[in-house]
Design a binder for this molecule. Structure first.
Ligand SMILES: [Zn+2]
Length: 300
């Protein structure tokens, strides 16, 4: 007889031991596989169920707990501050140079326009706010010559414009309106003073870029620089060297230069810059909303 035998009781004890050890182990393992987040969620559901049973959870408090996306109030500012069309598909054209001139217009604009015309090159001007009629006329000249006019800033005052998203939008709306009213052209491309990510805007650059993109505007940084931003004048030879040398390493070059009364050497360098880049096999284009722009990555 197996039942009641010594062997039967031995096996019974063994079975009890297995059940006592294995079952809690499986439960422990199962419990461990539930993440902290899931456990909190389950606890929340249980708490809600208990509250509903007790009649404590009204329809209102359920609605309050539901997820509602945040809507920053600055999105409501300047309802006509939008690009003529939403962001569109952008294309990369290889072996292309985009010449860009920041901070104008100025007395140098006339000379720059003349050289561009002589060389049959279209470029982009990121302009700042003007009060002088001669400079407003230069904005019209840029557009009349078929170049792209883009927004840079109205005041170009870094500490002011980057103090908040609202301050930035206020400044950009001013230059947007000035370009539109002066030239009849609605600007779409823009350049952040100091580049899209800089020491003044690092705390809010994500919001700034996102808000401008939401409004259909296209930001563009640069990957080649004339090195003419500094207060101390740079020679024309140095400007040519700093653009043309590194151009060998890019297939699309976005060249930063400056349009200001003091930037005489930039004008002196421009013809040679164009000639040498052309010899390297580049063609020249102006920026449009369809251009895939270059934007800085965040380097920590
Ligand atoms: Zn600038």
């Amino acid at each position: 007889m197996y039942f009641g035998s010594k062997r039967f009781f031995k096996n019974l004890i063994l079975l009890c031991v297995i059940v006592l050890i294995a079952v809690p182990s499986v439960f422990a393992f199962r419990y461990k596989t539930i993440s902290e987040q899931e456990r909190q969620y389950i606890e929340l559901l249980e708490a809600e169920a208990q509250m509903q049973e007790a009649g404590q959870l009204s329809a209102d408090s359920v609605a309050q707990n539901s997820f509602v996306p945040e809507h920053p109030s600055y999105q409501d500012l300047y309802p006509d501050f939008y690009a003529p069309q939403p962001l569109c598909a952008q294309e990369r054209i290889e072996n292309t140079i985009y010449l860009t001139f920041d901070d104008g217009p100025s007395e140098r604009t006339d000379e720059i326009l003349k050289i561009l015309e002589d060389k049959d090159v279209k470029a982009t001007f990121f302009v700042i706010g003007q009060s002088d009629e001669a400079d407003l006329q230069r904005m019209r000249d840029i557009v009349a010559a078929g170049h792209t006019i883009g927004m840079h800033s109205y005041t170009h005052n870094y500490t002011q414009i980057y103090s908040s998203v609202e301050a930035y939008l206020e400044d950009m709306y001013r230059i947007f309106v000035q370009i539109r009213e002066t030239t009849g052209e609605t600007p779409t491309v823009f350049r952040f003073p100091g580049g899209s990510i800089n020491t003044y805007n690092h705390a809010i650059y994500r919001e700034l870029i996102a808000e401008m993109l939401r409004r259909g505007f296209v930001p563009c940084d640069w990957n080649l620089s004339g090195g003419d931003a500094t207060g101390t004048p740079v020679s024309a030879v140095e400007i040519v060297r700093s653009v043309v040398g590194p151009a060998a390493n890019v297939t699309r070059g976005f060249v930063l230069m400056h349009d200001a009364q003091v930037k005489k050497t930039t004008v002196e360098a421009l013809g040679t810059v164009i000639d040498q880049l052309r010899e390297m096999g580049f063609t020249f284009e102006q920026l449009t909303p369809q251009t895939m722009p270059v934007l800085y990555g965040y380097r920590g």
